[in-house]
Write a new protein. Structure first.
Length: 138
């Protein structure tokens, strides 16, 4: 585990997480959306920001640096949840967590698996390995 500055927040990140590589390739990655976030919050001050596929909470940290709105972070990947919990606590009470995966209604009943690597994860339909339990979805 490492500590890493992202936006205006120092996050806990897993060793080998790709956010460091992203910053090497694009130094403004976590800064370019600040003006957009502020404009959204100004136009809709009572809105809630939703971060689906929250990973370690880097997007929530970015949003919290520019808006005071509530943020709901949704993540089902168990390898990221300890980091997301820790980082959400550092970001503050404006972040709420939902520890589940999100899928479209059209995929209900499909055999879904979760694959991860290089600091990210994705749901896949079919394939080898155990299918995710229905209780892991919202």
């Amino acid at each position: 585990m490492r500590r890493y500055l992202f936006g205006k927040t120092i996050l806990d990140i897993p060793d080998g997480h790709k956010i460091r590589e992203i910053h090497r390739q694009d130094s403004l990655y976590d800064r370019a959306f600040g003006f957009i976030l502020e404009a959204i919050a100004d136009r809709a001050p009572d809105s809630v920001f939703l971060d689906v596929g929250a990973n370690i909470g880097d997007t929530a940290a970015l949003m919290a640096g520019y808006v005071g709105n509530p943020i709901v972070s949704v993540e089902g990947g168990e390898e990221f949840l300890p980091f997301l919990r820790s980082n959400a606590a550092m970001i503050g009470p404006q972040v709420s967590l939902i520890e589940r995966f999100v899928r479209s209604e059209s995929l209900r009943g499909s055999r879904l698996r979760y694959n991860s690597g290089l600091g990210t994860g994705a749901l896949q339909v079919g394939g080898d390995g155990d299918a995710l339990d229905e209780r892991r979805f919202i």
